[in-house]
Design a protein around this ligand. Structure first.
Ligand code: SF4
Length: 75
């Protein structure tokens, strides 16, 4: 939930996945405009703030964040 510790961009897993707290700051060419944790199928939090991601057990990621494993949520 929202009280899980936030993933740090310097966390080894975060670095390996190119995680950023703000999707608009990534320079990774895999990022598509509009993609963010909030619309990723591995994210189970609210549309704003922070929430759990299956790839970061025990941590929470920013709804506005992004990483290279982003997979669009199924409609
Ligand atoms: Fe965000 Fe999805 Fe990456 Fe998790 S897998 S950090 S929800 S983009």
């Amino acid at each position: 939930a929202d009280d899980l510790p936030h993933v740090s961009e310097s966390d080894p897993t975060a670095k390996a996945l190119g995680y950023v707290d703000d999707a608009t700051t990534t320079k990774d060419p895999k990022h598509k405009p509009g993609d963010a944790c909030a619309n990723c199928q591995f994210y189970s939090g609210a549309a704003t703030g922070y929430g759990p991601c299956q790839l970061f057990p025990g941590k929470s990621v920013s709804a506005k964040g992004w990483c290279i494993s982003h997979t669009p949520k199924k409609a």
